[in-house]
Write a protein that binds this ligand. Structure first.
Ligand SMILES: Nc1ncnc2c1ncn2[C@@H]1O[C@H](COP(=O)(O)OP(=O)(O)O)[C@@H](O)[C@H]1O
Ligand SMILES: [Mg+2]
Length: 244
């Protein structure tokens, strides 16, 4: 039996005369690494922003973990176990690498009980540093990291909230091949540990080997949904990409 963790129901968003997302519905199964792909301007980032509460939808809702939410708010979702990264990594550049991780822990569900930085958060931050092999950079201001290292740190920081669902917006865009492998490995490891992913990604080779199913967006609506091999030969998908 399929177990839906997130469903997006009839999301629509217009910017003036542009309908960026158009009556969009799909679902993400618990335990999956689901890809969201589509030509430039097809509405992927807008959709991510609506799901995670950074942008108000004109209409539609999400259902996360069985709870229907018509007005998602980032902090609430974070506490409920849904967190995300951004196309341009958002970290605190003036804080050190380890400080970024400790701060991120403060936003976890434990934050509900007014808990500030605790020994437990510090220990978890150290473990995360180790898992991501960032120990040697621990005391460096994060603003001094390379582009790829920032993306890795943002991913690690997001995991500090112990999310059940992580949305990644172009995790490998602009990063070098070694860092792509590193990112892929971490996604796989965390997925094996039970974390569900929804990933916007342009690297089709990565999508094909990492993700299943794949949702294809065109002009703000899903035009195909299924296994990567099926998607690859879908005439509607080929037309959407060639026509763009
Ligand atoms: N803040 C905005 N104001 C006006 N138009 C926007 C805005 N954000 C996105 N759009 C438009 O909405 C469409 C979808 O954009 P976007 O979600 O960024 O696509 P993708 O991430 O798939 O490249 C595009 O036509 C884009 O120009
Ligand atoms: Mg985008």
């Amino acid at each position: 039996m399929s177990d839906v963790l997130l469903s997006v129901d009839h999301f629509t968003k217009r910017f003036g005369g542009v309908t960026a997302v158009n009556d969009c519905s799909f679902s993400v199964e618990s335990g999956s690494i689901t890809a969201l792909i589509g030509p430039n301007g097809s509405g992927k980032t807008t959709l991510f922003n609506m799901i995670t509460g950074y942008l108000k939808a004109d209409s539609g809702s999400i259902t996360f973990n069985g709870e229907t939410i018509t007005r998602p708010r980032p902090a609430d979702l974070y506490r409920k176990g849904l967190s995300r990264t951004f196309q341009q990594a958002r970290i605190f550049p003036e804080l050190t690498v380890i400080e970024n991780l400790v701060v991120a822990a403060g936003y976890s569900w434990k934050g509900l009980f007014g808990k500030r930085v605790s020994l437990d958060d510090e220990v978890r931050a150290q473990k995360m540093l180790h898992e991501f092999r960032l120990e040697s950079l621990a005391q460096l201001p994060s603003g001094e990291l390379s582009y790829g290292q920032r993306k890795l740190l943002e991913f690690a920081a997001v995991l500090m909230s112990e999310p059940s669902l992580v949305l990644l917006d172009e995790p490998t865009a602009g990063v070098n091949p070694v860092m792509i492998d590193t990112m892929e490995r971490h996604i796989r490891e965390r997925n094996a540990a039970g974390v569900t992913f929804l990933i916007v990604e342009h690297d089709m080779q990565l999508v094909m080997r990492l993700c299943n199913p794949v949702v294809v967006l065109d002009q703000g609506s899903p035009i195909a949904f299924g296994a990567p091999a099926t998607i690859q030969t879908d005439p509607l998908v080929l037309e959407a990409y060639l026509g763009s």
